[in-house]
Design a protein around this ligand. Structure first.
Ligand code: SAH
Length: 207
């Protein structure tokens, strides 16, 4: 336990030194959420390696520097309503649950719906709604969202998701096929203003 805490702090220091973590309240959130609760028992000892790890159904929990990048780019505010596509382990949405007001995640795979819910419960997080469904269609019931994060690779940012974002809202998604570009879109009255934040590798969005 003590050893994991030491490794967590070491990882956080590295992410700060490498420029991935910048904002004090985001850094504090990385300290608060134990990543080891979001991986299976046999991977616990690797919970603070800066690498993706396997979860169920051939999916992965992203590398921590990717969580750091995405969280910094989203600029989560305490008043935000955020939608995530792809709950996976639940770790990314756990981070956002501390930084925003309302957070919803949609997961296609039932096994991972259960896995993420179980992990969130272990971490004592109560304000995340995990929905079983196809996230490429978003979750229209709760629109508009201030921020949307897609954590699986898509060929282009799904139009339905852009429609569910408020004007001034931010969407981030890995866009591409085998290798993707982490793309940030700012929704303006005249369309989506895009910024590109380097290469990344996420598992593909499934239908
Ligand atoms: N955010 C996760 C990592 C996600 S891995 C974490 O922090 O651990 C990508 C996830 O997207 C997988 O769990 C996969 O099942 C899910 N996924 C793929 N296609 C999807 C879709 N159309 N709708 C919802 N979830 C989807």
């Amino acid at each position: 336990m003590k050893e994991l805490k030491r490794k967590r702090e070491e990882l956080i220091q590295n992410l700060i030194n490498q420029g991935y973590l910048k904002t004090p309240r985001i850094i504090a959130t990385f300290r608060k959420i134990p990543r080891e609760l979001f991986v299976s028992e046999k991977y616990k000892k690797y919970a603070y390696a800066d690498e993706p790890l396997p979860i169920a159904s051939g999916q992965t929990i992203s590398a921590p520097h990717m969580n750091a990048m995405c969280t910094e780019l989203l600029k989560p505010k305490k008043t935000d309503k955020i939608l995530e596509v792809g709950a996976g382990s639940g770790y990314q949405i756990a981070l956002l649950s501390v930084l925003a007001k309302e957070v919803i995640t949609i997961e296609l795979d039932k096994e991972l719906v259960d896995f993420s819910q179980k992990n969130l419960k272990k971490a004592g997080i109560k304000n995340v709604r995990v929905i079983h469904g196809d996230g490429s269609k978003g979750y229209p019931k709760e629109q508009p969202y201030d921020k949307i994060i897609v954590t699986c690779a898509c060929k282009k940012i799904p139009k339905t998701l852009i429609e569910q974002l408020r004007i001034g809202g931010i969407i981030i998604a890995p866009v591409g096929e085998t290798l993707q570009i982490l793309t940030l879109g700012l929704k303006t009255k005249t369309g989506l203003k895009k910024e590109y934040h380097g290469g990344c590798v996420f598992v593909p969005l499934r239908h």
